[in-house]
Ligand binder design. Structure first.
Ligand code: GLY
Length: 364
């Protein structure tokens, strides 16, 4: 059954429609947004051939003109020059202050289209139509947009909330298995940070979910969005609480950086990051070994990595120090106290981080 949640941000509140077939709501959603101009659709070379024609048809049904911009799929496209190309194509295509942008794709598309919407004509509305699990449960909600710079991931961008998010589970049918499993790492993350029942659901239903039993995936996607919406409503610009959404990401981002974004998908790096965070929390006496085993078992049930024998420990520590999350020389870690509860710690020593990365190598 389709559901609608609201991200309660006052006069910038917006709906998240979740369920099979909610893409068909697009004409109605478009009619409700006061933007009369041409619609710009941003997509990529992977998603465009699958779903752009349907989206264009729905935009036309709403009585609107449409211009599409597609770029080569992949993290390497998340650059400022690609953003300039998007804005150029939309200026040529007649988009103006009264226009609206639609993001059709995974996290890279959503981040770029959202950033384009945030700066085009100093800001126009946009709609997110995420097509991967990572983007459905994480990046499409919350208004973080931007691109990478050679000196750091997601270092150039703006907070710009969408006007609506359409999470259609039908769009996941074409998602490759590895991408599906990687996205599940972000759902497991939401379980660990805020909801033991969600975590248990992911544990119990690992086989059926990987068999693509969509009815078992709808609840975790919806619950993840609820958790994310509640956190964002309380701390939109990450002054405090929002950092909990980065559980597994301090280690994860560093692992992605040292492997040049080629060895692991984002979700896989997050699974490794949660593994390392579990070891660190255990070392600090915050959780017991049973927690570590349980979290690792849940990730493993989805084929997600929880150990990496060759992890380059010193290089990874260096990458962490470079990450933009390091402020005034302090590494910030979101660490578990139990399944469903985490806290932010800024008092972790380099030696403790080294220990957690060494533990990630697995038993000698
Ligand atoms: N993905 C973390 C956040 O949106 O804050």
């Amino acid at each position: 059954m389709p559901t609608t949640l609201t991200v309660p941000l006052g006069d910038r509140a917006y709906p998240i429609h979740i369920g099979e077939g909610v893409l068909d709501l697009l004409p109605e959603v478009l009619r409700q947004i006061p933007a009369k101009g041409t619609v710009g659709v941003v997509t990529d070379s992977q998603v465009g051939p699958l779903y752009a024609a349907r989206v264009l048809e729905l935009v036309h049904q709403a009585g609107k003109k449409c211009v599409m911009f597609s770029f080569p799929a992949g993290e390497e496209s998340k650059r400022l020059d690609q953003m300039e190309a998007i804005c150029g194509a939309f200026l040529e295509g007649g988009l103006d202050r009264a226009s609206l942008i639609i993001a059709l794709g995974g996290g890279v598309v959503g981040d770029m289209a959202g950033f384009a919407a945030g700066v085009f004509m100093r800001g126009i509305p946009f709609i997110q139509i995420p097509t991967t699990i990572v983007s459905q449960v994480d990046s499409s909600v919350g208004g973080k947009t931007g691109v990478n710079h050679a000196l750091g991931k997601n270092t150039i961008g703006v907070f710009h909330q969408p006007k609506a998010v359409l999470i259609d589970l039908v769009l996941l049918r074409t998602l490759p298995d590895r991408e599906l499993r990687a996205g599940i790492a972000e759902i497991i993350k939401h379980g660990v940070i805020a909801d033991a029942d969600l975590f248990a659901h992911m544990e119990t239903n690992a086989a059926a979910i990987q068999d693509r039993n969509w009815s078992l995936l709808e609840y975790p996607i919806q619950r993840s969005c609820e958790i994310k919406a509640a956190v964002v409503a309380e701390d939109e610009t990450e002054q405090g609480l929002r950092a909990i959404l980065n559980y597994g990401h301090t280690f994860g981002h560093a692992i992605e950086a040292v492997t040049h974004y080629t060895k692991y998908l984002h979700g896989e790096a997050v699974a490794l990051g949660m593994g390392a965070a579990g070891y660190l929390a255990c070392d600090l006496g915050m959780v017991d070994e049973a927690f570590v085993r349980r979290q690792n078992a849940c990730c493993t049930a989805y084929g997600l990595p929880v150990s990496w024998r060759e992890v380059p420990v010193e290089e990874t520590i260096l990458a962490m120090k470079k990450d933009k999350k390091v402020r005034a020389g302090t590494l910030k870690f979101v660490l578990p106290e139990a399944v469903g509860r985490v806290i932010l710690r800024t008092d972790i020593t380099e030696e403790q981080v080294r220990g957690a990365l060494e533990a990630l190598r697995g038993p000698a």
